[in-house]
Write a protein that binds this ligand. Structure first.
Ligand code: PMV
Length: 313
C-alpha cells in the first residue's frame, strides 16, 4: 500500500517576536535539524470516510469524528477536506511523528499542520500551492494562538529565512555569510497563546509604553536583515542583544531564560536572546565557527536541558 508522506522543519524567530503581532517586521529562519512528519496510508478495511489519527509522541490515537473542532490535528485534516470539497474521502490512517519540542517556540504546531496538509492533499491526489498550505496552517494556528501573526506557518511552509510583516508578502533575502545559531531549551514549557494574551493585556493597560517598545523592536529587523545581507555577524549579535532587552521590557523573559542568555554571552557568543513566545521555551545564541561546543557546555551548565546547532544559509 503506497504511503504519502510530507515533512516540515522547525523554526526560530531571530527578531521581532510579539512586536510582529502589532505590525512590526520580524525575521525567522528554518531549523531543519528538527522536523515534523506526517504519513497517510489508505485503510482499505475501514468504511469510507473513516480517518484514524495517530500521534504517539503526544499519546493521541482517535478517529477524526471523535475529535473536537478545536483539536489542531483534526482541524488541519478538516480544513484540507473542506478546501478540496471532499465530504467522504477513502478511509485512511494519518500518523504524525515530530522531533520538534512542543510549546518551546520552535514552531511545532505549524510544522505538524503543514506536514498534515501536504500529506493528506497528496493522498487525495490534489495539488496544493505553498501559499494555500500556509493559509490553511494559519487557520489552524488561530486555534493554538488566538491572534497569531502568521509568521510560523509562513516560515515553516517555505523553509527559507524570511522577512515578515503581518498581512504583507513574505520577503526572502540573501545570507552573505552562513552563520551558526545555538538553540537552547530552558526545559520550561510555555504555550505561546498565554504569553501573547498577557502582552495584549499589558498593551491595553498602557498602549503608549507598549507601542514604544514594539516600535523599538521594529527598528531591529531591517538592520538585522542588512547585517545578514552584508555578512556582518558581529553587528547581528549586538542587534540580538538589543532585542532581548526589549523583550525583557515586555516582561516575556524569565530568570531561566535570562540566565541562559547571560551564560551564552559570557562564553563568547556574539549575541543572544530568547526566541518565540518567551517565559520558557528556547533561547538562541549567535556563535562563531568552532565556538559551538564551548557555548553549548556553558548553556547546559546554566540549566539548559538540550541544545541544537543550526547553520543559517
Ligand atoms: O512561540 P512561537 O515560536 O510559536 O512564536 C510566537 C511568536 C509571537 O510573535 C510571540 C506570536 C506570533 O504569532 O507571531
Amino acid at each position: 500500500m503506497p504511503a504519502f508522506s510530507a515533512s516540515a522543519p522547525g523554526k526560530v524567530i531571530l527578531f521581532g517576536e510579539h512586536a510582529v503581532v502589532y505590525g512590526q517586521p520580524a525575521i525567522a529562519v528554518p531549523v531543519p535539524e528538527v522536523t515534523a512528519r506526517a504519513k497517510v496510508t489508505a485503510d482499505i478495511q475501514a468504511p469510507e470516510g473513516q480517518i484514524l489519527i495517530q500521534a504517539p509522541e503526544v499519546g493521541k490515537e482517535a478517529l477524526l469524528s471523535e475529535l473536537p473542532h478545536n483539536d489542531p490535528l483534526a482541524a488541519a485534516v478538516r480544513f484540507i477536506l473542506q478546501k478540496h470539497e471532499i465530504e467522504r474521502p477513502p478511509a485512511f490512517r494519518l500518523r504524525i511523528n515530530s522531533t520538534i519540542p512542543v510549546a518551546a517556540g520552535l514552531g511545532s504546531g505549524a510544522a505538524v499542520s503543514v506536514a498534515i496538509i501536504r500529506s493528506v492533499s497528496a493522498f487525495l491526489g490534489q495539488l496544493i500551492l505553498d501559499e494555500e498550505v500556509s493559509a490553511l496552517a494559519f487557520e489552524v494556528e488561530k486555534l493554538h494562538h488566538g491572534t497569531p501573526s502568521g509568521i510560523d506557518n509562513s516560515i515553516v511552509t517555505f523553509a527559507k529565512p524570511v522577512y515578515y510583516v503581518k498581512g504583507q508578502h513574505l520577503e526572502y533575502f540573501e545570507v552573505r555569510k552562513p552563520f551558526t545559531l545555538l538553540i537552547a531549551d530552558s526545559g520550561i514549557p510555555s504555550p505561546t497563546r498565554a504569553v501573547v494574551e498577557d502582552v495584549r493585556r499589558g498593551w491595553e493597560g498602557n498602549p503608549k509604553r507598549y507601542d514604544a517598545i514594539f516600535a523599538a523592536i521594529g527598528t531591529l529587523a531591517p538592520l538585522a536583515r542588512q547585517a545578514i545581507e552584508d555578512g556582518e555577524n558581529e553587528a547581528l549579535g549586538a542587534l540580538m542583544d538589543a532585542n532581548h532587552t526589549h523583550l525583557q521590557e515586555l516582561q516575556v523573559s524569565s530568570p531561566a531564560l535570562d540566565r541562559l542568555v547571560e551564560a551564552a554571552r559570557e562564553a563568547g557568543a556574539l549575541g543572544a536572546k530568547l526566541s518565540g513566545g518567551g517565559r520558557g521555551g528556547n533561547m538562541i545564541a549567535l556563535v562563531t565557527k568552532g565556538q559551538e561546543k564551548e557555548v553549548a557546555a556553558a548553556l547546559m551548565e546554566a540549566g539548559a536541558v538540550n541544545t541544537i546547532v543550526t547553520s543559517v544559509q
